[in-house]
Write a protein that binds this ligand. Structure first.
Ligand code: CA
Ligand code: CA
Length: 141
């Protein structure tokens, strides 16, 4: 376990690095698509939010909420992903909404860095963003 420090520019650099971002998003999509049917169902998406810690990071949600409230929240987030409202989230929908969310997180962070505790095998995008920045810093030195 370690601590990463991220701010808005870290997150924005990650999103704007198109190759890196697409690879990460696509990889995440594949691992979330547990039954390999090429789309994410409601329950697959719910696992996604839990593993990416998006609710805490983006919505400032206390995940100790009562289960029924959490479910309502997950449902509303699902609907924002499911743009054509066909009940599943495809790769295009996933990519475009993840981009929006990450940019919103970047705006929210602004130039005030936050510290985040992460596990070594953390798959969250915020960790990936921090890793990318660390890699760039070591390249340029
Ligand atoms: Ca699926
Ligand atoms: Ca859809």
């Amino acid at each position: 376990m370690g601590v990463i420090i991220i701010d808005g520019s870290t997150v924005r650099a990650f999103v704007n690095d198109e190759t890196q971002f697409k690879t990460s998003v696509d990889g995440q999509f594949d691992s979330l698509d547990v039954n390999n049917d090429g789309v994410l169902s409601r329950s697959e998406m719910r696992k996604a939010f839990e593993s990416m810690r998006l609710l805490e990071a983006h919505f400032g949600v206390d995940t100790a909420l009562p289960p029924e409230e959490l479910t309502r929240l997950y449902d509303s987030v699902f609907l924002s992903f499911d743009e054509d409202q066909n009940g599943t989230v495809d790769l295009e929908e996933f990519r475009s909404e993840m981009k929006k969310i990450m940019l919103a997180i970047a705006d929210g962070l602004g130039s005030s860095p936050i510290q985040m505790a992460v596990e070594d095998d953390d798959q969250s995008f915020l960790k990936k963003a921090a890793d990318l920045e660390a890699a760039k810093i070591s390249e340029s030195s």
